[in-house]
Every structure is written in C-alpha cells, then in structure tokens.
Design a protein around this ligand. Structure first.
Ligand SMILES: [Zn+2]
Length: 467
C-alpha cells in the first residue's frame, strides 16, 4: 500500500533532497523540534511519522553513548561490527512495512544496555504479554497489577541492593507463605518485570512489577493484606525495609492494559526529546533532582550533555548485565500456547520474507559508515525507498556502496509509476542510471532513463502495488 499522496511527497522530496547523509546526522535535532523564543523549550511541530523517525535516529545516538560508556560489553559492537560469516553488510528494505534494517552485523541483544535491541525485544514482549492477558480474560480469569519496592537512599550500592531485593523476592515466591498465597487466591501464574530508576535525591530504586493471573475474581483487600505481609517479612530477612508503598496492588483492569501498552516504550526516546531534555537540564541546573530517571532517560540526559550521570549509567550497566528482565512463572505460557522465547530468539527472528537487499557495503567502507555516524540516517533513506539517495549520500562522504540488481522493481519516477528494466553505472556521469518502462505511457513513449536518485522503490519484482 502506498499512500495516495506519495506522488506529491515524492516531488517535494526531490526538490528538497537533503544534500549529504552527514548534514542530518547528529540527532535529528532541528528537524525534530522548533526552538522556542527566549530560551523556552522547543515546540514540537512534527506529525507522528516525523516523530517516529526522530525516535529511531535518537536510538542510534543513545546507543553511541552507551557503547562509549560500556566499551567492554557487546553493545560496543552492536550494529557496528560485521559478523564473522557475513561477506558484506546489507541494507534490507521491507516495502510492505516501509521499514529497513541491516543484515550481517553483530547485535548485542541486551535489553538493559542497548536502546535499539531493547526496542526490538520489548515490542515483541509487549505482544506476548497482551496475548496472554487477552487469552486469560477470555477464559474467564482476571489479571491484576502489583508492584514490589523497598526503602532505599542515595548511599545505597546498586549491586548489593538489587541482589538483596531479588533474593527477598525469590524467598517470598518459593516460601510457604508465597505458595499459600497462590493456592488460597486461585493464582494461575505471574509475570514479573524487573525495573530500576535513579534519582539524585533517593538514589537507585530497583522494583518489580508483577502481573497476577487469577481464576475468576480476586478478593483484592485480603490478597493485598496477605501479600504485603509476606513481602515485608521476606524483605526483612534480607535486611530491607519498606514504607506503605512497599507493596501496591492496582485494582483496575485499566492499570494492566496501561502497563502493557507502555511496556518497553521509552518516553525519553519515543517522545519529542527536546522537551524532555530541557526539563532534565532545568532540574539539574536548579539542583532539584527529584526526577526519576529510567536508564535510557539517563542516557538521553547524558547525550544532552549531563555528563555527571555517566558513572551512574556505567554502574547500572555492570549490575544489570545478564539479568533476566521478565520472569514468567512456570507453566503460564504453556497454558496459553505461547512459545518460550529468549531475548536472543526474538532478535534473531526473521523480519518476514518480504525483506529485500537493496544495497551492499563491503566491510572496509562499512567501518566508515560507523565512524561517520550515519547508520541511522542511511536506514531512514532506505525505508523511504530512496535507494539512489543512499548511494549518493554515502558517495558524498567518500564511502563506496553497491545497489542491488533492481530490475523488475516498481518505482515512482517523475513521469509516474514504472518498472525498472535495466540499471548500470555511468562512468561518464559517475552515477547510477536506470531505464524504466512506464506503466502509463505518455507522449507516445513508455521508456525513460533516470538517475537512480530520481526514482523511489515501492514494490519488489513480482509484487503488485495495491491501489
Ligand atoms: Zn544492541
């Protein structure tokens, strides 16, 4: 499906074709926000597609910072270093989804360290959680959202705090009281999610959300009382204390739906960051650090120049490495025929058979793509089907690449829809050229020759564009 206004957009894009990949490289800032007058926060002005684009570019920017701060970890090579077996790095285009991705690169698959891998994994986990809840409710059950926290302060050591917190949680689950809790209240299963935030005032705040799947309805008052007492005792066994918020049960179904809808989404990345970062800086400037940072919000602040958070992110990176973020109680997934999948599985799952390689980059030039910081922008051009701009943009940076054989692709040209018949590199013009057969011949001729930058890919060979 191609939106009705593609033609117009295409013409506009042609006219305003961005010169180099490099000049829109850094953060997308400026294209994403408009600076308010008198130092006021930038005003968001762009439509949803533009915001999503900005968020994708932002993830690459944040990943750069995380890679710099965690040089010994997998993230330092994630989507940078080719895999040992890949002959070249490929840019793949999925016309039906207007998306693009790389093939042949290492990925760190870390939900904790990497904004790009985390976004991919969370998106699938979100679907998994939503399906489980839906199936359980359809079977007559109900689901409740609970939160476990502990008292903490700014002097706590994160590693020690998380270890004790998780031991306490395990004690509660596996102990006599936890088992009785499940039995007495008809608990079919649980899903726990480990999270952490940090604030200047109160330090690290590890906590766990737990979705509780019960048969029928839950006696919420009684459950809350019993669970809170069990948690209090388990925490005390690890020298931890809590206030009245140590255990919270949310009574509305909406809370569960809301949590799942937001799961893995990062306001600091997905929203217009300008507003967020301005607020962040404001707090820092005023010395009022009551703001609670998620780790990626911390990364966003670091990217915006709040360097004093760097050691905090590094501490977090060390402590959370390799930990499990989500814990499904045994049997819950089986009950609803959800496959057991690791984060690695989720990353490696193929993106669907309609992904086509449209560009190849040898390993040496690829290292230039990384160094010149244009990984994100290159994909943006690819996802728009602007193969010629990909090649030309790289060339302007002195980076060699090779478009795939595009014969048979349906394209938009200045004269309308067409199919690519031949393509070649013109040694005189130093440009890729293609001849196309117009689908609606004009002026008696159905053939045209264009520079590759003048055409936009919309459908692969053998596929038909839906009107
Ligand atoms: Zn990664």
């Amino acid at each position: 499906m191609v939106p009705a206004n593609t033609y117009r957009n295409n013409t506009q894009e042609r006219r305003s074709r961005l010169g180099t990949l490099g000049n829109i490289v850094s953060t997308g800032q400026g294209s994403g926000t408009r600076q308010g007058k008198g130092g006021r926060p930038p005003v968001p002005v762009q439509p949803i597609e533009e915001r999503q684009r900005a968020a994708r570019l932002r993830r690459y920017q944040l990943q750069n910072h995380a890679a710099r701060l965690l040089p010994q970890e997998g993230i330092a090579h994630c989507l940078r270093r080719p895999t040992a077996i890949a002959p070249v790095v490929e840019v793949q285009f999925v016309p039906s989804k207007h998306s693009a991705h790389y093939r042949g690169l290492q990925m760190c698959k870390s939900v904790w360290h990497c904004p790009i891998c985390a976004a991919k994994i969370s998106e699938q986990r979100r679907g998994e959680l939503a399906r489980l809840v839906e199936k359980h409710v359809a079977a007559g059950g109900s689901v409740y959202m609970t939160t476990y926290t502990i008292r903490h302060d700014r002097y706590d050591d994160l590693a020690d705090l998380v270890d004790r917190f998780l031991v306490a949680r395990r004690k509660m689950r596996q102990g006599r009281r936890g088992m009785a809790l499940r039995k007495n209240y008809g608990v079919v299963g649980t899903v726990s999610v480990l999270e952490v935030t940090w604030s200047g005032e109160n330090g690290w705040h590890p906590h766990q959300h737990e979705l509780v799947f019960v048969e029928g309805e839950l006696d919420v008052d009684a459950y809350e009382q019993d669970a809170r007492q069990a948690w209090k005792d388990a925490a005390a066994s690890q020298g931890l204390t809590m206030n009245e918020h140590g255990f919270v049960l949310q009574r509305t179904y909406g809370a569960v739906a809301d949590y799942i809808a937001k799961y893995g989404r990062e306001p600091a990345v997905d929203n217009v960051w300008g507003v967020e970062s301005e607020m962040t800086k404001g707090h820092i400037k005023q010395g009022r650090e009551e703001k609670h940072y998620t780790p990626f919000a911390m990364l966003a602040a670091i990217a915006d120049g709040v360097t004093r958070l760097e050691p905090k992110f590094q501490e977090y990176g060390r402590v959370f490495k390799g930990r499990k973020q989500l814990n499904y109680s045994p049997g819950l997934k089986d009950l609803y025929q959800e496959e057991e999948k690791t984060d690695e599985d989720l990353i490696e799952e193929p993106q669907g058979e309609e992904a086509f390689t449209i560009l190849e980059i040898e390993k040496e030039p690829w290292s230039q793509v990384v160094e010149k910081n244009v990984r994100g922008n290159l994909l943006e051009r690819a996802r728009a089907g602007r193969i010629g701009d990909c090649v030309a943009g790289l060339e302007e940076l002195g980076i060699e690449s090779r478009p795939a054989d595009l014969r048979g692709w349906q394209v938009i040209t200045p004269a309308g829809l067409a199919r690519v018949a031949t393509m070649r590199r013109c040694d005189i013009l130093h440009r890729w050229r293609c001849s196309v057969a117009l689908e609606e011949p004009s002026e008696g001729s159905s053939w045209r020759v264009y520079d590759l930058v003048e055409v936009t890919l919309i459908a692969a060979p053998g596929t038909v564009l839906e009107a």
